[in-house]
Design a protein. Structure first.
Length: 125
């Protein structure tokens, strides 16, 4: 698994902090009863806990992702693709360009500790 350099991680975090500081309003999507899976948030708070961040999929499913997942190349690529497709969020949540089934699959593979090379192969299948 490739590690993200500390410099790059700090740069990425500062960029997101600047946008958060500019936009203090929070947009919360209405929740339906289908968000009971363990990989998504079950709390009603719109703020992630310490060492976690929130993302939404294109079908508006909410995920609370540990910051440690930023070391994973697939998560970083999804965030980069999100920035390219939707731009940086201004007053809204981070939306990943994938659906909830794909995100569930990625989270399950990362939780199982699948190596980065194997994770890329699994996603290509």
């Amino acid at each position: 698994m490739t590690m993200i350099s500390a410099k790059k991680l700090i740069k990425m975090a500062r960029r997101w902090q600047k946008f958060a500081a500019k936009q203090r309003k929070r947009i919360v999507f209405p929740r339906n009863g289908s968000d009971t899976d363990s990989s998504s948030s079950t709390s009603s708070s719109s703020i992630a806990g310490k060492s976690h961040f929130l993302v939404y999929t294109i079908d508006q499913r909410r995920y609370v992702i540990p910051l440690a997942y930023l070391e994973n190349e697939v998560i970083r690529q999804l965030l980069n693709m999100s920035e390219e497709e939707f731009g940086l969020p201004s007053g809204g949540p981070i939306t990943l360009p994938c659906d909830s089934d794909f995100m569930d699959y990625i989270v399950s593979l990362i939780k199982k500790g699948v190596a980065a090379a194997d994770l890329h192969k699994a996603l290509l299948l």
